[in-house]
Design a protein around this ligand. Structure first.
Ligand SMILES: Nc1ncnc2c1ncn2[C@@H]1O[C@H](COP(=O)(O)OP(=O)(O)OP(=O)(O)O)[C@@H](O)[C@H]1O
Ligand SMILES: [Mg+2]
Length: 295
């Protein structure tokens, strides 16, 4: 049976010169569960610097929390045996914002996929490995002959990101930890990426922790959401409830800051350009909660 990931009272401090006490608290008392059943999307949304990536790194075992625990199947992931940790790393896979950083510019992109085949023993021969790689590329709507043999810089950002999804397709982890995977993609490619992720959830039962600063992406994905502000999870619940009946002032602030793509919506205030600072001050449109996703 697939195991559950549980964060309990996770606190992460970093040394910071000039901060009170000489440290800053990036994450404060983060407590939540990622369950494999039913497969679900749990979004973590918050502004830049709110502690989202730190939580991702805690969950992935890349950063040991100052206090509190991350458990997998009831066991502290920082105290796993080698075999248990390998099982964890197989079942909990990351997707990061900039896949370019994952690829070595001197090697063809194939290498990232072949490494997964070899490391996790996914095929018993070269032809079986190649067939698996081709199937996975097709599953993420990439044509193998257009991708294989290329260097990272010869692919678009969206293609590189989908190669990472192909890797996930090959591994079929129970959990995907996605840290701002679409923030560098344009709207159309972004939607394609999110649809593939939702497909994986339905087809292969993957649960995703989806990190973003963009509420319209959260709205598109559905499932549940946690809102983080300055390291503290201030609100959580089903996306519909949190979006339509936000209970925390910070969530309301985030919702109010979403631009409305409605062409019938008129600006109610005058736009005044401050000539000295060069900044524009604008009246705000009347609508608040997003009725339709922007992407
Ligand atoms: N290794 C580190 N050493 C010191 N401070 C750190 C370290 N990692 C993160 N921080 C600080 O912790 C806070 C939270 O950072 P984090 O990267 O988790 O935010 P974030 O929500 O992912 O932001 P963004 O949306 O910009 O990616 C920030 O103030 C950051 O400067
Ligand atoms: Mg981040």
């Amino acid at each position: 049976m697939t195991k559950t990931i549980e964060l309990s009272g996770v606190q992460q401090r970093f040394h910071a010169r000039g901060a009170v006490g000489g440290y800053l608290t990036a994450v404060q008392d983060a407590t939540f569960t990622l369950a494999p059943e039913p497969p679900q999307v749990v979004s973590l949304v918050g502004q830049s610097g709110s502690g989202k990536s730190t939580i991702a790194r805690n969950v992935l075992g890349l950063q040991k929390p100052t206090s509190g625990t991350v458990r997998y199947g009831g066991k502290d992931i920082f105290k796993l045996t080698r075999a248990e940790y390998d099982d964890y790393r197989r079942n909990v896979q990351p997707v990061f914002q900039d896949p370019y950083a994952i690829f070595n510019p001197f090697y063809r992109v194939d290498r990232v996929l072949w490494k997964a085949v070899k490391k996790f023993g996914l095929a018993s021969s070269r032809s079986e490995g190649l067939a698996l790689i081709e199937r996975s590329l097709e599953a993420v709507k990439l044509e193998p002959e257009r991708v294989l043999g290329r260097y990272p810089h010869q692919l678009s950002g969206g293609q590189r990101q989908r190669v990472m999804l192909a890797r996930i397709h090959m591994l079929r982890p129970a959990f995907v930890i996605a840290d701002e995977p679409v923030s560098m993609l344009d709207a159309q490619v972004r939607r394609l990426f999110l649809d593939i992720l939702l497909d994986f959830q339905r087809e292969y039962g993957m649960t995703t922790l989806f990190i973003t600063h963009d509420l319209s992406t959260v709205y598109y994905l559905g499932g549940s959401v946690m809102v983080i502000n300055r390291g503290v999870i201030v609100e959580r619940g089903p996306v519909d409830t949190v979006m339509h009946e936000p209970s925390h002032p910070y969530t309301r602030l985030l919702l109010d800051s979403i631009p409305q793509p409605d062409p019938d919506l008129r600006w109610t205030g005058r736009i005044e350009v401050d000539e000295l600072s060069g900044t524009a001050e604008a009246g705000t449109p009347k609508a608040t909660a997003p009725e339709t996703p922007i992407i």
